[in-house]
Ligand binder design. Sequence first.
Ligand code: GLN
Length: 477
Amino acid sequence: MEKFRSFDEIKKSLENKETNCKAIVNHYLKNIETKAHLNAFVEVYGPSALKQAEAIDTKIENGKAGKLAGMVVGIKDVLCYQGNTANASSKILEGFESQFTATAIQRLIDEDAIIIGRLNCDEFGMGSSNENSVHGKVLNPVDESRVPGGSSGGSAVAVKANLCTVSLGTDTGGSVRQPAAFTGVIGIKPTYSRVSRFGLIAYASSFDTIGVFSNNVEDNALVLETMAGPDDYDSTSSRKPVPAYSGLLHFDKPAKIAYLKETVHSEAVQPEIKQHTLNVLEKLKNEGHEVEEVNFPLLDYVLPTYYILTTAEASSNLSRFDGVKYGYRSPNAHNLESMYKLSRSEGFGEEVKRRIMLGTFVLSASYYDAYFTKAQKVRRLIKGFTEDLLTKFDYIVLPTTPSTAFKFGEHSNDPVAMYLEDLFTVQASVSGVPSISIPNGKDKEGLPIGLQIMANSFKEAELYAFANYLTRSGINE
Ligand code: GLN
């Protein structure tokens, strides 16, 4: 059996003095080296991680260690960690060094988690396959000819391949849940505003959330409860108190569950995914839960709403990268204007440029009302519908993705086919509600299938308890 796949195992080994933090870090460093071809890590903080480990070992001896002592964490390349490079997997941030540490990371470090390295992703979080990265593609360890999903592909692979205990990703429209589904791990997108965005390189600020990848529900809950909560550096972070999720995993009441007809029975869904989702619903019914089919007439509008609003926000957020203040500056520039133009043209990748142009278009004076304002109104409708449904029902259950992991290059020349990958994940993003993906068996080719569960805003505790109940009932085998 592989060692150190859960924090519980790590904690027990530390308590029994069978191991120490330094040995744990060395174990993961060795795995990272052996599996370097997966291209999950773009930078490994070997020496600093070992130094951190030694310091924590001393704290353990003195009985002063934090609650995450021994947990080894990988971070997506869009999160700032002071003194280290952050690229957002883009050439435009070449050589950029973080001036401060993201609040989410700092809170883990304060509890003695060890940061082991920076993880590959799609450029600025834009993509569903991790093929849009200046650091090259990431391989799915389940089948190396296939994508790991995106944009947090490196984060999902690092957990799946046992290169760290847990990892941080970000989810704007599915970037934690979809790669979790494609690799067979657990991934949560918390409620928007639950985790501070301070130190997160922005893609679409009204959607961006920092999420967690793990091999089990307990670890996920523990990490989220540690990093969530109000932060003076992010005025949008919620002031609501954070429950201790990891102590609330017991699930023993009958639940009311809705499933969306248009998702489960969609033509776009791979038959095995449909079957596995229906099997779970049947099982829930047999176990005494109330399961009801509901219509989701707005499904067709969710993806366009997401892509109009996120490209608009991206075009604004990414205007700061102009060759003056950060990262890459074109050596071919001969005056101020050409410096802006060339730095941006040479620094951004194809997909990012496509989105900046789309976003600039939808925000332009003549089209603003037709696209941006309209999409804001539709967002309101989708959010209203979703929240209403989640007051009548405890959970909405649906597949995480329409298909299992696809082959490299399969959607590369067709952006719309790539965007359709997000069909089922964007509803929670547009609505701001929390959503988790858990493994739900495998298809004929042995590729993992993801089951997605949504709950109402700030109901992460309920979401984890239900996910725990489902994973323990063996659906993921
Ligand atoms: N695939 C989606 C996109 O490209 C989601 C990205 C994300 O969540 N960061 O926008």
